[in-house]
Write a protein that binds this ligand. Structure first.
Ligand code: EPZ
Length: 418
């Protein structure tokens, strides 16, 4: 596709109501889970994202037939006819590693390629592989290619870190395994709960999802289901941060406020009026914002690492200083360079970043370094003087459905130029 860019004219407050897309970080493991089902599956509120298309191409390669229309992904499940995923498909999307558990569990063998690093630094899968070995998998690794085989059985597993992907892969490996699997120190992210609810709707026996101990009792088979994907809490955090930084008042509909308490708490510290009611979040922001003193990313329910870049952009013109500490990924400050080029005052030291608020950001040409870094540049562009041009939109399109359309509906001056 020809290189396109977003052209943003800063200085306009945001006003209005938006509905939140389905969650990227839930729909991807749900698409992996389809491998376990022997009947058709329909996912409602499926977001139109390049990562979703990539996952549906993997499902097609494995023997399914996918059709996506009006937010509904229909997967005709004619049975899994392959158990290997080509290297190109694996490298297209790192999170395809969650096909490992279900493919091995459903077919007894699985060949795929190490997903490799990404913009956030190395993305090891040692916890995934160690757990699958404990469940009886034989794993051979040569030149980045992984071959797994074996009949999986339940096991008592202890994760050294509450890894989201490892928790999901183990759940997907355990639902058809023989016997009981316990995952201790499991990730507690809301997407884990969504995956458990989907699997239960297909006949799995799972308890404890969303707590630090998930228990799965293996069953013979999983049937199909029609399932509505949860709303994307990071997309909600993105548009709330945009409204906070640009000023104005917005209402986010059809979201889960209880999944975003760490983010809404910071926005309140920054001086925004935030009011949550059922599936709506109202935010009112009058500028200038005040800096929150300290933001430390933590596993859920702590402050989400995916919102770090978003709140950093919102802090660039806030009064005072905020210290960020990124504890989840090794290199998740790649958006800082371009924020500084726009006039931000940010000092980096290892996992820490200190943002001193400045009076003004100036529009210029910037590029997305990764998915959430790209969203951070969008937010900075909305608050900058003049015009900001954002390139490398492929990162943004992995996780945001029509971001310029959503922001334009709130009064932003933003166009996609191809
Ligand atoms: C998921 O990534 C999300 N991706 C990420 O969202 C999110 O930032 C992350 O969870 C944390 O919430 C999807 O759900 C598709 P982890 P994941 O396993 O599963 C280390 C976005 O922007 N680790 O919890 O890869 C790992 O290197 C994306 O939407 C190991 O060392 O995250 C990282 O430092 C970015 N060994 C930390 O744990 C392992 O075997 C957390 O990783 C696994 C992970």
């Amino acid at each position: 596709m020809a290189e396109s860019k977003l052209v943003i004219e800063g200085g306009h407050p945001l006003q209005g109501e938006i509905r939140i897309q389905g969650a990227k970080n839930s729909v991807l493991p749900l698409l992996s889970a389809v491998v376990l089902c022997d009947e058709d599956v329909v996912l409602e509120r499926c977001p139109a994202l390049s990562d979703v298309y990539a996952a549906s191409r993997i499902l097609t390669h494995l023997g399914c037939r996918c059709s996506f229309r009006d937010g509904k992904m229909e997967i005709r499940n004619g049975g899994i006819s392959r158990s290997e995923i080509p290297e190109a498909m694996m490298h297209e999307m790192r999170s395809s590693i969650t096909f490992l558990g279900p493919l091995l569990s459903r077919t007894g063998s699985c060949t795929l390629y190490l997903p490799g690093g990404c913009e956030l630094g190395p993305r090891p899968i040692d916890m995934h592989l160690h757990a699958l070995r404990q469940m009886g998998a034989e794993i051979h690794e040569t030149h980045g290619m992984l071959r797994l085989q074996g009949r999986l059985r339940g096991a008592d597993l202890h994760l050294p870190f509450p890894s989201v992907g490892a928790t999901e892969n183990i759940m997907l490996a355990a639902v058809l395994a023989q016997g009981r699997t316990r995952i201790h120190n499991a990730a507690r992210e809301p997407e884990i709960r969504d995956l458990a609810e989907f699997l239960a709707a297909c006949g799995a026996k799972i308890s404890g999802a969303g707590t630090d101990t998930v228990i799965i009792d293996g069953v013979e088979r999983l049937h199909g289901c029609v399932y509505r994907v949860m709303p994307d809490r990071i997309a909600a955090a993105t548009y709330l941060s945009a409204a906070a930084a640009a000023g104005g008042s917005v209402c986010i509909q059809d979201c889960c406020p209880e999944d975003l308490t760490a983010v809404t708490e910071v926005l309140r510290q920054m001086g925004c009026r935030v009011y949550c009611h059922e599936s709506r979040i109202y935010l009112q922001s009058s500028l200038p914002l005040h800096a929150a003193p300290y933001i430390r990313t933590m596993p859920h329910p702590g402050f989400p690492t995916d919102a770090q870049a978003l709140l950093m952009a919102a802090h660039c013109k806030a009064r005072g200083s905020c210290m960020f500490e990124e504890t989840i990924f090794d290199s998740r400050y790649r958006h800082v360079d371009d924020l500084i080029r726009m006039g931000a005052d940010i000092r980096l030291s290892g996992r820490a970043a200190v943002v001193h608020g400045v009076q003004k950001l100036s529009g210029t040409t910037v590029h997305a370094t990764d998915l959430r870094g790209g969203a951070a540049m969008l937010i900075a562009g909305l608050t900058a003087e003049g015009v900001t041009e954002l390139t490398e939109l492929s990162h943004l399109d992995r996780g945001y459905e029509d971001p310029e359309g959503v922001l334009r509906s709130l009064g932003a001056k933003i166009e996609r130029i191809t």
